[in-house]
Design a protein around this ligand. Sequence first.
Ligand code: PSV
Ligand code: MN
Ligand code: MN
Length: 385
Amino acid sequence: MTDLPAGLDDLAIETPSWAYANSGTRFKVFAQKGVPRDPFEKIADAAQVHAFTGAAPTVALHIPWDKVSDYSLLAAYAVDRGVRLGAINANVFQDDDYLLGSVTHPDPRIRRKATDHLLECVDIMDATGSRDLKLWFSDGINYPGQDDIRTRQDRLGDALTEVYARLGDDQRILLEYKLFEPAFYVTDVPDWGTSLLHCLALGPKATVCVDTGHHAPGTNIEFIVASLLRAGRLGAFDFNSRFYADDDLMVGAADPFQLFRIMYEVVRGGGLDPSAGVAFMLDQCHNVEPKIQGQIRSVMNVQEATAKALLVDAAALRAAQDGGDVLAANAVLMDAYDTDVRPLLATWREQRGLDADPIAAYKASGYFDEIVAGRVGGTQAGWGA
Ligand code: PSV
Ligand code: MN
Ligand code: MN
């Protein structure tokens, strides 16, 4: 059997609190049994994912979906359960005031309100000990002429500058981009170029978040990853799968080969080394599948793609590339991709005292029956209301 690839221990995957709550589409949110009723219960569920995979030590919060009166208490609860709080996701997209935008809104009063929310999120980071403030703006316009594209960029820059100045030494901004939706003509941060330009203007504590579902079909995401890593500005991933638009399906479900290509560029660029500061987060909704199992499966999918990427024979690849041997170079990559890494990962788990099959172990644990019996009336993630 192939040896376990070195480097797998460095992979830590952050799960999102909202993945454990009810979610759906704008047509219907189907309530599932046993879903969490508050942020504490979301963390309890996230702790299960870590307990069975050993690779999901942190949980991201979304504010105000995860609003509590005492964030240090929530952080302590997480530690008690064997996990830590991760990125704080701001939400300036679900308030009636944001009809025409948040930090890029034409009205300075609305811009102030949005920026104040971002600053409040930094206060929360101080209480939770979180490093990352993840910003996604739904801001944009639907019609040509509706607002001035350049002025909106200026407003965005002003808000980001104010928030950046508030960051502590060990805190960062992760600026996420998305091509379209809910804005259909211009989104104010539509792509990695726009995000990177703002990050470069802000300073070293601002980096780009690549949500794998936020691109046009056919976009070469691994090229973006390679470029951002070269520039030292790849801050994070929001992993998920898409067949059509921002589908938020399980990462590695739609296109495991793309996930492998992305993870190969991460490995190639040194992004797996914790010193690179790349956060591997999931941003998913489990609308038709059980949520905790969906997260476990997703963590396993990222591990599998990473293990394959680590198996690429770098010396053989370089030799083939330098020799201009196109097919040999391609074969080196495909050999790694075609390796069945599941036995390797089963061994990796057993060596760490985990069950070789996390899904089976979770199912056998009785946790699901416990939460179904103990929780009535779980909450909605905030999506698809
Ligand atoms: C927007 O589509 C997004 O990807 C952002 O990350 C939001 O915070 C998130 O979805 C919520 O699921
Ligand atoms: Mn996202
Ligand atoms: Mn998204």
